[in-house]
Design a binder for this molecule. Structure first.
Ligand code: ADP
Ligand code: MG
Length: 342
């Protein structure tokens, strides 16, 4: 997705007023009729139609006349609303190059007035689902674009909350700076995705560090669920940072053990392939339980009591409905992660 932020400069107050009116209209309309937009925006000198035309030209809105005539926000329009809000808050003042394309996100560098560079993650839930997932589940059908905006917003909110709490508990994660709509601002991780690393000075130490994080997640009541070489960043000193949190689940999830084992397996597989570490020797050897536990942690033997981070989080701010919706959204994401690995 191209994000030409120069357009931002050419958009007037009225443009944003109308864009916001469409967003408000979308709370209960999939497609928002022009009359309703006009009423919500109530521009002092009229001219909503001219503004709509301008927003269409810049692809911030989509015109739809399939059921009835109206407009809806595009992802780009939603991006601009979030960016504008965060810029007004003084969180950052410019958008730079794109640094990552995730499965369901776009990541850009942003900078504030002091020149500090941060990372901006724009969630795009559902972007790939219809293309990537061949066998669609029921809840994948009849999803409106409104839902995708809504679910992307919840994914961002969840990611932000988890990042913040994990940081407070001493986990190596980016610093969660701010969040608006589907957009999360966090510190820029120095280093590169682990998948790009061909050699390590101390593969055993790095492995233990990484597996140690999976275990500590579980001890805090959490499972990452997409723990692999794409979501682990590493720097030249072999320091680790974990990213990408919207799909995390609680250790009390009914598939918790499966998710935990899968996270562990991903790491083991990567290390044995890329760095020739061998695990077979004692991984499945029931005679040397203690040793095998040290290498390959078992879900059942982890004390999952220290903190109950998950409960703490859910107690803080998410409404019941948002919890349910977000669970739907991220289970779809977990499902996609599974499909893509096949
Ligand atoms: P997705 O959920 O779509 O997989 P990620 O959060 O994993 O998105 O980010 C996608 C890519 O963007 C990462 O693999 C990484 O290369 C880059 N990235 C994400 N967050 C940061 C960050 N805070 N600092 C530097 N690079 C990042
Ligand atoms: Mg990722």
């Amino acid at each position: 997705m191209k994000l030409d932020v120069n357009v931002l400069r050419y958009l007037s107050k009225d443009d944003f007023r109308v864009l916001t009116a469409v967003e408000m209209g979308m709370r209960n309309h999939e497609i928002v009729p022009a009359e309703l937009i006009e009423r919500i925006a109530s521009l002092r000198h009229g001219g909503t139609y001219k503004v709509l035309k301008n927003l269409l030209k810049h692809k911030l809105l989509h015109h739809d006349s399939s059921k009835y005539d109206g407009f809806r926000l595009t992802y780009l329009g939603y991006d601009f609303l979030a960016i504008k809000t965060l810029v007004n808050r003084g969180v950052f003042s410019s958008v730079g190059r794109q640094i990552g394309v995730g499965k369901e996100s776009d990541i850009f560098e942003v900078a504030n007035e002091d020149g500090t560079i941060m990372a901006m993650k724009l969630h795009r839930l559902g972007r790939t689902s219809f293309r990537a997932v061949k066998s669609k589940r029921d809840y994948l059908k009849h999803r409106s674009s409104f839902s995708w905006l809504y679910l992307s917003r919840l994914a961002a909110l969840k990611e932000f909350a988890f990042m913040k709490a994990l940081q407070e508990h001493g986990f190596p994660v980016p610093n969660a700076v701010d969040c608006n709509r589907h957009c999360v601002i966090m510190s820029l991780v120095q280093g590169y995705p682990f998948v790009q690393v061909k050699q390590l000075q101390n593969p055993e130490t790095v492995f233990e560090k990484i597996i140690g994080i999976v275990v500590r997640f579980a001890e805090h009541g959490l499972i990452h669920c997409d723990f692999n070489e794409f979501n682990i960043m590493i720097d030249d000193d072999e320091n680790i940072t974990i990213i990408d949190f919207p799909q995390m689940v609680s250790v009390s999830h009914r598939n918790a053990e499966m998710y935990f084992d899968r996270d562990v397996e991903c790491i083991i597989k990567f290390f044995s392939k890329r760095f020739n570490l061998s695990f077979e020797a004692n991984a499945d050897d029931s005679d040397s339980d203690a040793e095998s536990d040290a290498v390959k942690p078992r879900f059942s033997s982890i004390k999952k009591a220290s903190g109950f981070l998950d409960k703490e989080l859910y107690a803080s701010g998410f409404s019941r409905k948002e919890q349910d919706d977000i669970e739907k959204a991220v289970s779809l994401r977990r499902y996609m992660v599974l499909m893509m690995k096949k």
